[in-house]
Design a protein around this ligand. Sequence first.
Ligand code: NAP
Ligand code: MG
Length: 403
Amino acid sequence: MEKIKVKNTIVEMDGDEMTRIMWKQVKEKLLLPYLDMTTEYYDLGIEKRDETDDQITIDAANAIKKHGVGVKCATITPNADRVKEYNLKKQWKSPNGTIRGLLNGTVFRTPIIAKNIIPFVKTWKKPITIGRHAYGDVYKNQEIRVEGPGTAKLVFVADDGTTTEKVIHEFEGPGIIQGIHNTDYSILSFAKSCFTYAYDQKIDMWFSAKDTISKTYDAEFRDIFQKEYEDNWEGKFKEAGISYFYTLIDDVAARIVKSEGGMLWACKNYDGDVMSDFLASGFGSLALMTSVLVSPDGLFEYEAAHGTVQKHYYKYLKGEKTSTNAMALIFAWTGALKKRGELDGTPDVVDFCNKLEQAAITTIESGIMTGDLIIVAEKNENNRKVNTDEFIDAIKEALEKKL
Ligand code: NAP
Ligand code: MG
């Protein structure tokens, strides 16, 4: 078979541990034999980040700005243990955080659906996508531990010298204080990314916050979304037969478990962090959750939602076979390649990716799956737990049949 040409460059960001091992296998077995593709390679493995003082992460983000599409493996966000383990110069920041900051994007997470992986929530029939604001709030906070009585104030000093001041609390004893922020610019980018995504996918969009309690902060999110909707999307949404509404986060939490799914749920940063793991587990496995960072100026970065699967990697290092699921990594690649195909006008690339995705889902539906899925799959005598390599080989076999 002649290889399918991928016209333009994809930015490839390698990562750490078990996902790094699978990354290589996915490329060698499922992509390179069929695709003639050029990637600009950045090694975001922890050693290389340490060696380059994390410059390589910034370079990778800038490369996405240049080429438009990137695909990223999971990476270690170092904590104190990791600093010791890898003898690092310092606790480097989360690469995902750095890239999100530079691309100013919103992260969309969608579960992969297979017929025999039954969601824990009985009513869920269609995937629920989370759109997570990726800037500010508690992720860019300042905190103070108060040791005794005193007054905590919120103070803003404008560039012209005028100050605005509010008392947060009169402490009578020890306690804690936290300051958070967001910007209209970032919230508007978030809103634009979400409306673009929902319209692109032709799905309803729900947005939630807590404006009854947070009457300035969360209300600002609500109002910016509403204005953006009325100014730029209302007509298009009506034409496409999709809807937008805002409601309280607790209201959505209650409604979502009674829904059929099939919508985009736009979440503030912390809400999205919590709810995307809730949805991933609810739909079956963290390894069936895809993730894409979309910037308001049309840049795309695809990845798996899970981490580097550290525990499996330590087994792998001891020479043991692991049963780690490569689904989300495969879908990161197909997501990036499909987007490349769309932007380049090369439908054969898109077609190949659809076939690869179908092959992967068919493999699971035929009963061949990794350990994380065996425990949540519908019981069937054909179900067989396979190791990492066997799973990828089975997908390859299914793919060959489709080509
Ligand atoms: P994790 O890698 O997501 O793994 C947590 C557990 O979930 C695993 O131990 C495993 O459960 C299960 N799991 C996750 N992915 C799986 C897969 N593909 N196949 C089978 N099982 C899977 O999270 P972690 O262990 O907390 O974090 C490890 C490292 O990843 C950390 O250094 C963290 O900084 C990094 N991380 C990176 C990203 C990212 O780059 N996007 C995201 C999160 C975390 P069992 O052990 O029960 O089999
Ligand atoms: Mg999280």
